[in-house]
Every structure is written in structure tokens, then in C-alpha cells.
Design a protein around this ligand. Structure first.
Ligand code: FAD
Length: 517
């Protein structure tokens, strides 16, 4: 199979931009790369905005990155090519170290107050465990987990079922549902343990117990060969940077996360073989010897398409609806973000990253998912004097989807009003905001419902059968929603596409490698 000479990438979020960037570094300059983005800007859900006279930075989408895992070093490697100034790290990279309050102090709101989660020191952990009944139950369920009978060789179950079975129902209802609100804005009773907590699922399958597996196992054993190779390359190339990042738990950039997609766009603009097109919503794909791509603005041709748009969108533009299964199975949830800045430096009763609200917290009528203390988490992104407090309230997620079966969003004034009422009740904040920004991100986070892994398997074989060597997929709909996951999966897809193997590359081939067991 000869290499494609003309790649078209659907979608200009971080997945599409990073796929284009990796392609542009590895293909000859005669190979054309085009990104077709439907909206009028690149970056997708990543949106950092400065507002008001004080040019305060508000993050409307993602706000922090993690340096760990495999995706962490891969994103750092990419960012170090243009966003991170290696000679003057602190001017470009804003990091939260493991000793900062924003790392040590994380809270949940349960049942009617803020509860600090254990973790900062043994003494304070013991104290919080002793005074909170549910934390005590969590601690004892961890000790007992190795003695719980394992359930091997089952296909999948919800995160709630898994955690309740292996630990305790209260751990699922309180701690894990809060965590899931923070990442997926989702319902812990519907999301797949195999796709979201893959490591926990694998530990039970391999060792019969999560805790036993953690104590005995080595992290590397869970990596496929491609991940190990990739990790070695980026580790070798970024030794100094990664050594500094060892003490970092979270980071962002001086002008917010959007600096990353903006820098990728600037880099791509300088490459003659790359075309960047906004305002080109793809409406139809037709597959022949070449692929014909119709947008609202024109018609394009490709040898190979990399789709990074949501899988549901892809299902609408493919020919023969139904030939490729499951693309529209998982819903996505919508999240409202309410960014607020107060003209007081010390308005919060506690210091830390913020708090999440579990599904089991009673009296959560406005469906708040959590509140981030932005001015504590990333204090240096604004110019001094920093005399204000910045917060982001997150509302909705799966609650919006289940209000009445159809999505029915409150208007922005009501969302602001509800946020202020909640901040008064939870944190005792009575002040009027200096600045605010309210946005509703419709269908922004895909939900991997139970059975996601098996559906991806069928999807993989269908793409292989019907569109071999013409279509591959990546992006948040498939293997993880974090920016690290999105960049890592785009990098792996491109490396697979450009390898000399004769295998058909769909973006879902880890199904084929059966690396898991
Ligand atoms: C509120 C919020 C907070 C988050 N917080 C974090 C965080 O702190 N850390 C983290 O790592 N992750 C976070 N995430 C997740 C992360 O931001 C996203 O999962 C990730 O940015 C998705 O990138 P993507 O490129 O796969 O998809 P998208 O960003 O959705 O990009 C897809 C692009 O395709 C375009 N498109 C769609 N259909 C078409 C079409 N038919 N034709 C052409 N173009 C089309 C869209 O306009 C869009 O630009 C957060 C997400 C949200 C919403």
C-alpha cells in the first residue's frame, strides 16, 4: 500500500491540530495536509479569554494539564517545541508543585459542608479519616479489598458497580461520583469501568484485586510496546524538563491553555504543505478512488481522512448510514461554566484547588458539579497587583441530559444567579462579582457508556472492512477525553499511519493488539 499524498483532517480541536502537527513533522513536503474546521476558530473546547480592564484570564474549557502518565510527557515534548521557553521555564510555564495548597487541598461538598480529602500529610489524613464516617468506611474498604472475591473474565460494568463490589457502595456514591463529575461531568452509574478506569479493571483481571495488583504490579507491565517506545523517545529528548516536572502535579501556560493550540496553528501556518481552513463545516463524505469531502464552503479531495470530530457528527456525514456501527451510541453531556472574579484577594474560607460535589450530596437543586478556585490554582496568570479572587462554577453535565429526557438549559442570567447563591451558601461569599463570563458548552464531553470497548472493537472491524486505508478516527470520542489523551492518540495514529506495516490503520487498532490481557 503506497503512502497517501493528500491527508484531510476533519476538526481543528487539539486532536486535529496535533494530528496535523505530527504529520507535518514526518511526511515529505510534497504531501498535502488540510484541516477542515467547521467553526470560525481553532482549538475546539479549549478557550482562554482575558476580560475587563484588568485583563483577567478566564478559562472557559480546560484549565490544567498533568505532566504524568504517557500523555503527560508527550504533550510536554510537543509544548517544548514552541510554548515552553526551555531557557526561562517560569516565564512560560505555570506549575503547581506537589507542595502547593492547590495540590494538597482538595475538597468535596458532602453532605452539607466542605470536607478536605486525605493526602497532604499522614497526620492530617488520619484526622480527616477519623472525623468523617464515609472516609473511615473508605479506608476500611481499602484494607478489606484484597479479600473480596474477584470476578474475572466479565466484559464490562459501570464504575459504580465495580467500586461498590470491590470497595464499598459509599465510596462509589461519594468519592468516585465526585471524581467523575470533575472529569466527565457524567453519571457514575452509566460509565464504563473498562474504558474509564482501565487500570483498575486490568488489576482485578490480572491479580484478582486492585490493591494486591497495585502493591505487586509494575506500571510498565500495562503499557503496550508502542507506548513504551514513545515514552522512551520523549523521555530521552526532554530529560531536563521532565526532571523539573517531577515535582509538578498540574501546569498551564502564562496566557492559559489556549496558548498550546494557538502555537500549533502558528507553527503549521509556516509549513507550505499545510492548509488551515476555518468556517468549513463538513457535510458529506463520498468514497471512491479518491475521497470527496463537501463542506458548506467548497469541495475537497483526499487520499486519506483523519476524523477528529465527535463520532456522532461523523455518523451523520458518512455515506450508507448504518454500515459503520455505534458511532452515535454514546451521548455527550453539556456543561455550563460560570467564571467569576471578585474584587477581594482573600474571599475564600479555605485554600486549595476547589471542590467537587458527589451525586449523593442532598440539596443540589442547581446541579452544580464543582467549583474551581482559579486564583489559588494558577495565581500567576494575571498581572499584579492580584487583588481579586477568581472562581469557576461548573453546572449541568449528565443532570442537564436527564432533566426531562430532552436537554433544556437554564438561561445565562439564571446560571449566574444560581452560582452566586451557591457560593454564598457553600463558601459564605456575599460580594458582587467584578467580572463574570457565562457559557454553555453543548455536547462537550462524550460519555463512554458500559460496553464502549466492545463497541469500539466492532467499529474498528467495520472501518477496516468498508473504508480500508481511507479513514481513521481519533479525538475525545474514543480513548479518553483529557488533552493528554487526545494528543497522545493523535501522535500514535500518525505514527501507525506512517509506519511501513501493511496493516490497515483505523485509530482503534489497540483492540487488535490485545495488549490488555
Ligand atoms: C468545560 C471543560 C473542561 C475541561 N477541563 C479539562 C482539563 O482541565 N484538562 C484536560 O486535559 N481536559 C479537559 N477537558 C477535556 C478536553 O478539553 C477535551 O476533551 C478536548 O479538548 C477535546 O479535543 P478534540 O480535539 O478531541 O475535540 P474538540 O475540541 O471537540 O474539537 C473538534 C472540532 O471539530 C469541529 N467540528 C465538529 N464537527 C465538524 C464538522 N462536521 N466539520 C468540521 N469541523 C467540525 C468542532 O468545531 C471542533 O473545533 C475539559 C472539557 C470541557 C468541555
Amino acid at each position: 500500500m503506497s503512502r497517501p499524498n493528500n491527508f484531510v483532517i476533519l476538526g481543528g480541536g487539539i486532536s486535529g491540530l496535533s494530528a496535523a502537527w505530527y504529520l507535518s513533522r514526518h511526511v515529505p513536503s510534497t504531501t498535502k495536509i488540510t484541516i477542515l474546521e467547521g467553526s470560525n476558530r481553532f482549538g475546539g473546547w479549549i478557550k482562554s479569554k482575558r476580560v475587563g480592564e484588568h485583563k483577567i484570564l478566564f478559562e472557559q474549557g480546560p484549565r490544567t494539564l498533568r505532566p504524568n502518565g504517557i500523555g503527560g510527557p508527550v504533550v510536554l515534548d510537543m509544548a517544548s517545541c514552541f510554548v515552553i521557553n526551555k531557557l526561562n521555564l517560569t516565564s512560560s510555564l505555570h506549575a503547581v508543585t506537589k507542595n502547593d495548597d492547590a495540590s494538597k487541598n482538595r475538597y468535596i461538598y458532602y453532605p452539607d459542608r466542605l470536607v478536605k480529602l486525605p493526602g497532604s500529610s499522614l497526620l492530617s489524613s488520619l484526622k480527616s479519616v477519623m472525623i468523617n464516617k464515609f472516609l473511615l468506611k473508605t479506608a476500611s474498604s481499602i484494607l478489606l479489598e484484597p479479600f473480596v472475591k474477584s470476578s474475572k473474565n466479565y466484559e464490562d460494568e459501570s464504575i459504580h458497580e465495580f467500586i461498590s463490589r470491590r470497595f464499598d457502595k459509599s465510596v462509589s456514591d461519594i468519592l468516585i461520583s465526585a471524581l467523575i463529575h470533575g472529569i466527565y461531568a457524567g453519571d457514575v452509574k452509566k460509565l464504563s469501568v473498562k474504558s474509564i478506569f482501565t487500570r483498575l479493571y486490568d488489576l482485578e483481571q490480572r491479580h484478582g484485586s486492585v490493591i494486591k495488583g497495585l502493591l505487586m504490579g509494575n506500571k510498565e507491565a500495562f503499557l503496550c510496546q508502542q507506548d513504551k517506545d514513545l515514552l522512551k523517545i520523549v523521555n530521552d529528548e526532554n530529560k531536563e524538563l521532565l526532571a523539573i516536572m517531577k515535582d509538578v502535579s498540574l501546569y498551564s501556560f502564562k496566557d492559559g491553555i489556549e496558548q498550546l493550540p494557538s502555537a500549533i496553528v502558528n507553527d503549521l501556518k509556516n509549513r507550505e504543505n499545510v492548509q488551515l481552513k476555518t468556517d468549513n463545516q463538513v457535510i458529506k463524505l463520498e468514497f471512491g478512488k479518491k475521497i470527496k469531502i463537501s463542506t458548506n464552503d467548497g469541495v475537497y479531495e483526499a487520499d486519506h481522512i483523519i476524523s477528529t470530530i465527535p463520532s456522532r457528527e461523523l455518523s451523520h456525514i458518512l455515506p450508507d448510514k448504518g454500515t459503520i456501527p455505534h458511532l452515535d451510541y454514546n451521548p455527550s453531556v453539556s456543561v455550563a461554566t460560570i467564571n467569576i472574579a471578585y474584587n477581594h484577594p482573600k474571599i475564600l474560607p479555605v485554600k486549595g484547588f476547589g471542590y467537587l460535589i458527589p451525586q449523593s450530596t442532598p440539596n443540589n437543586p442547581y446541579h452544580i458539579l464543582g467549583v474551581v478556585f482559579d486564583s489559588d490554582a494558577m495565581p500567576l496568570q494575571d498581572e499584579p497587583p492580584r487583588t481579586y479572587t477568581k472562581l469557576t462554577v461548573m453546572i449541568g453535565g449528565h443532570y442537564f441530559n436527564s432533566i426531562s429526557g430532552k436537554v433544556d438549559f437554564p438561561n445565562k442570567d439564571i446560571l449566574l444567579q444560581q452560582s452566586m447563591e451557591i457560593l454564598e451558601k457553600h463558601l459564605g461569599i456575599y460580594s458582587t462579582p467584578l467580572y463574570y463570563l457565562v457559557d454553555i458548552h453543548k455536547n462537550c464531553i462524550p460519555q463512554y457508556y458500559v460496553g464502549h470497548y466492545s463497541r469500539l472493537e466492532e467499529l474498528h472491524y467495520a472501518i477496516k472492512k468498508y473504508y480500508p486505508n481511507q479513514l481513521s478516527v481519533t479525538g475525545a470520542s474514543y480513548w479518553g477525553v483529557s488533552i493528554n489523551d487526545c494528543v497522545l492518540n493523535s501522535a500514535k495514529l500518525v505514527l501507525n499511519l506512517l509506519s511501513n506495516s501493511s496493516n490497515v490503520v483505523t485509530g482503534l487498532e489497540r483492540i487488535d493488539t490485545k495488549f490488555r490481557l
